[in-house]
Design a protein around this ligand. Structure first.
Ligand code: ME8
Length: 513
């Protein structure tokens, strides 16, 4: 069976789940549901990153010990994903014992192989990113992401011979143009590799930082957060047994935003090479959500919380906006006004209205009982069928490249066609002529089929809607996709009366305030 492994970043526990985390996690969830519907065996990993300076500082500010603090925020991430219906297979915490054991084992392996050495280094460090920056990367001495001044740190530490693997990494990027995707991020990585790579400082003296995994070969030091964090992708699978690791690891698709490209595209593959492990399959990088009032960050206080959005508008509306609005790889602006317009136009007016109208006519004209479909050879019938076949093909094509917005566009193009079909065939007029009643039955059957396929195609993106459509159509829940046209309703099958799937949103207030 085809296997595939999706990972999100493991999120730092110094912040509560916000829009950015939710976006990446929703993408992974959509991919899991989509591939599972296509009969593939998917493993989806998420979790929390719990060691390091900033967690220790956040815990101190809260006056609790770091583990208690991490337990609380990690629990919050997990319960948020549970409430949002995210179908992760495993939730990893870097404070889990098996993870710490894997990190130690890999460190020891690399140390024994001679790729970790002791030395002294001074450089500019951003605590927000938990990494050193070259002077070129800084903007006026500040971290370009956090806009905070990088601190100069000089101390004795352990270093990973990352430079040794630079040429091999470059070869891999050249041999495999999709190793980092979309292209713009591959180009960014290639630009970083044009300069000689420095070796990576992988430790912190315990005298300065207690909250980390001790180095197996020197207990006076703890390992550096990225060395600890990146290994989660391997330790989580290993924790499920060697077979699980061997089955999924070669099919590993990492999903991250552009903020952590360097650790994932440079530190991580070179670490894997040094550890003697195969490389991941692909690094998929998305852009940043920007609030319409500026960059989204908790320090700016304009944070969109997933649970608030779910509570107010429903999870599917939130998912739809995020997946439809952002072009994978590019930045997107989050605006409540655009959110309201998008939901009202696409979900309430276009899709919701179609479902209501079709079910209402089915009820009024035939007591809800589905009529024969006819042979479907009229041009308008053929066009309708073709529109949904194109939508199904479009979804498959666009999902290959994570073009979620295009996949949704393809589905909505077919819905536009269905709405035109109602206008064109005018069943509400035809029904007045008793001789035309069988034709009205055929038209409605084809519209019900349109609604069914839409529900199925939408269900990885909007799982609650997919389930609601099946329920309205009186069809049992299913895991697989049936995109073929016709043969879905047995003779005498009865569909339910309409109900509103997506209420129109009348307000335009800013949910971020
Ligand atoms: O970097 N737009 O954790 P983190 C889109 N622990 N996505 C965003 C976003 C935004 N404005 N803000 C955050 C870490 N994200 C490390 C990762 S992995 C081995 C260790 C999402 O809590 C996006 O996925 O800062 C980004 O890469 C991630 O949150 C950073 O999460």
């Amino acid at each position: 069976m085809d296997r595939i492994y999706f990972t999100t970043p493991i999120y730092y526990v110094n912040a509560q789940p916000h829009l950015g985390h939710t976006y990446t996690t929703i993408i992974a969830d959509t991919l899991k549901r989509y591939h599972r519907m296509r009969g593939r065996d998917v493993f989806f990993l998420t979790g929390t990153d719990e060691h390091g300076d900033k967690i220790a500082q956040a815990a101190a500010a809260d006056d609790v010990d770091p583990k208690a603090y991490a337990d609380r925020i990690s629990g919050l991430f997990r319960s948020t994903w549970d409430t949002c219906g995210i179908t992760y297979d495993y939730f990893i915490r870097t404070t889990d014992d098996y993870h710490k054991a894997t990190v130690s084992r890999i460190l020891q392996h690399i140390y024994d192989a001679g790729d970790i050495y002791f030395g002294e280094y001074g450089g500019f460090y951003c605590y927000g990113c938990e990494r050193f920056f070259t002077e070129k990367e800084l903007q006026g001495g500040k971290c370009p992401d956090h806009q905070t001044r990088a601190a100069y740190i000089n101390e004795k530490n352990y270093f990973f011979r990352m430079s040794k693997y630079q040429d091999r990494l470059l070869e891999i990027l050249n041999e495999n143009p999709e190793f980092v995707t979309p292209q713009r991020y591959r180009t960014e990585v290639l630009a970083l590799l044009r300069e000689p790579l420095e070796d990576l400082c992988i430790s912190r003296p315990r005298s300065r930082l207690q909250w980390g995994i001790p180095l197996p070969f020197d207990q006076d030091y703890v390992t550096y957060v990225w060395f600890d964090a990146l290994i989660n992708y391997v330790s989580a699978l290993e924790h499920h047994g060697e077979d699980t690791f061997n089955a999924y690891w070669p099919r590993c698709n990492h999903i991250i935003a552009k903020d952590i490209v360097k650790p994932h595209a440079i530190f991580w593959p070179t670490m894997l090479m040094a550890a003697g492990l195969p490389l991941f399959h692909r690094l998929n990088v998305h852009g940043y959500w920007i609030m319409d009032k500026g960059k989204m960050s908790k320090s700016l206080g304009n944070v969109i919380r997933p649970l608030d959005m779910k509570e107010r508008y429903g999870m599917d509306a939130f998912r739809y906006y995020l997946l439809r609005e952002m072009v994978f790889g590019q930045d997107a602006t989050f605006s409540m006004e655009a959110f309201v317009n998008r939901i009202n136009a696409d979900l309430a007016n276009n899709f919701g209205n179609l479902v209501s109208r079709v079910l209402a006519m089915q009820k009024r004209y035939f007591g809800g009982v589905v009529q024969p479909m006819g042979n479907g050879d009229r041009p308008e019938d053929r066009e309708l069928k073709q529109a949904f076949q194109e939508a199904a093909n479009g979804v498959d094509r666009y999902m290959e490249d994570m073009h979620f917005h295009r996949a949704l566009e393809a589905i909505f193009a077919a819905l536009d066609r269905a709405n035109q079909y109602i206008v064109q065939t005018a069943p509400f007029t035809l029904v007045k002529d008793p001789d035309q009643k069988p034709r009205v039955g055929e038209i409605l059957h084809q519209l019900l089929e349109s609604v069914r396929i839409t529900g199925e195609l939408l269900s990885p993106f909007l799982p609650e809607t997919g389930a609601a459509v099946r329920e309205l159509l009186g069809l049992p829940a299913t895991d697989g996709l049936r995109a073929e046209w016709g043969g879905s309703f047995p003779e005498g099958h009865e569909v339910r009366p309409p109900r509103i799937l997506f209420p129109r949103i009348e307000e335009t207030e800013d949910a971020g305030e």
